[in-house]
Design a protein around this ligand. Structure first.
Ligand SMILES: Nc1ncnc2c1ncn2[C@@H]1O[C@H](COP(=O)(O)OP(=O)(O)O)[C@@H](O)[C@H]1O
Ligand SMILES: [Mg+2]
Length: 347
């Protein structure tokens, strides 16, 4: 079983559309697929044509309820299996109360992870989780459970900030739990005629390398219609461009399981509460200072950035308010030709 969580703290970038139609495409190529709606707004549930009152049946909330009232979760009762090879666990507003009641509880981010380890779920080849547009308790559960994070980026509003935040939260989760899902980005609402989209795509590819999937989902009114009608794109219009895009995306995602990646993402974190601007420069970015080398500042005084590095040995250094400094968190240094020290990192 492979668990793919669709995340991005930005609303409207296409998480639900991606979760629902990726699940649908996986089921069409013969994979037994389960989609879990983890958003209290229940958009995935509606997109799958389920409009019944939430009080009438069990929902994703029941996965968390047992942690509040101590009971067992009846997994089989959560699942609606009204399509071939594609089932789903619906959501409703109650999920937001899980966010409130369990937010601070120890180990609460691992509830979904442990639930999915139950033998009941072993029959699924893929579990796709649709997450809410925030980095709260529910998204943390979604990320903790995941083998892979899939981040749709809306190229019409693309900013590196949302990319950095995903890496940042994944980094924190990794330090807390040791989990390290692969993180892939997908361009959604892609307008191939727009020059702007092409420029943004180039920038995104420079930053993300092979972690930016080559398949894109183009802008298509059919996707909006399908969601409104409670249908997947294949049920609504199997021959439209969006259906083709989702098939291509699915083949690429299936292929990832077989290919070996020759790069890895590394986070650079520097604690410098008083600094005004911090860059990391190294052989991996040609020692070139610019927007792409600038670290993002966080409230606790940390600065952070992520790079997709080729496997092998790298030299780098921080550039803080105009002054060079080796990485204080990295004991490995080596002299450079300028008579000072560079930090050395092996990926
Ligand atoms: N490729 C696309 N082309 C056109 N409309 C899209 C596309 N992807 C998503 N949408 C529409 O954009 C809106 C937001 O998408 P949604 O998947 O609900 O985003 P999120 O779950 O991230 O909030 C929905 O109305 C959806 O139908
Ligand atoms: Mg959504």
């Amino acid at each position: 079983m492979k668990i793919i969580s669709v995340v991005n703290q930005k609303g409207g970038c296409g998480k639900t559309t991606l979760a629902v139609n990726l699940a649908a495409a996986l089921s069409r190529v013969g994979k037994e697929t389960l989609i879990i709606d983890l958003d209290p707004q229940a958009h995935a549930t509606f997109s799958l044509g389920y409009w019944k009152k939430s009080s009438e049946r069990k929902t994703a909330y029941d996965i968390f309820r047992s942690h509040i009232d101590g009971g067992q979760t009846p997994f089989a009762e959560l699942v609606i299996a009204d399509r071939q090879k594609m089932s789903f666990v619906p959501a409703n507003m109650l999920l937001s109360s899980a966010e409130i009641n369990l937010g601070g509880v120890d180990g609460a981010a691992a509830i979904l992870f442990h639930a999915l380890a139950d033998p009941f779920f072993a029959k699924y080849d893929y579990v796709i989780i649709d997450s809410p547009p925030s980095f709260g308790f529910l998204t943390l559960n979604s990320m903790y459970a995941a083998d892979m994070l899939l981040v749709p980026i809306d190229l019409s509003y693309f900013s590196f900030n949302s990319v950095n935040s995903v890496y940042r939260v994944a980094g924190l989760l990794n330090r807390e739990t040791g989990r390290s899902p692969d993180i892939f980005f997908m361009m959604n609402i892609y307008d191939q005629r727009s020059n702007f989209a092409k420029i943004l795509e180039r920038e995104a590819r420079e930053k993300l390398g092979q972690y930016l999937l080559s398949s894109r989902v183009r802008s298509s009114v059919r996707l909006r219609e399908a969601a409104k009608l409670g249908k997947t794109i294949f049920e609504h219009d199997p021959k439209c461009s969006a259906s083709l895009d989702f098939y291509n995306l699915t083949s690429e995602i299936l292929g990832l399981d077989e290919s070996e990646l020759d790069t890895a993402v590394r986070e650079f974190v520097l604690h410098a509460p008083k600094a005004g601007s911090v860059h990391v420069l190294g052989d991996f970015n040609g020692w070139k200072k610019g927007e792409a080398s600038r670290l993002a500042q966080f409230e606790n005084g940390d600065w952070s950035i992520h790079f997709n590095l080729k496997k092998g040995r790298h030299r780098y250094k921080y550039f803080i308010d105009g002054k060079w400094m080796p990485d204080p968190a990295n004991p490995r240094t080596e002299a450079n030709i300028f008579g000072s020290q560079d930090s050395i990192l092996t990926v």
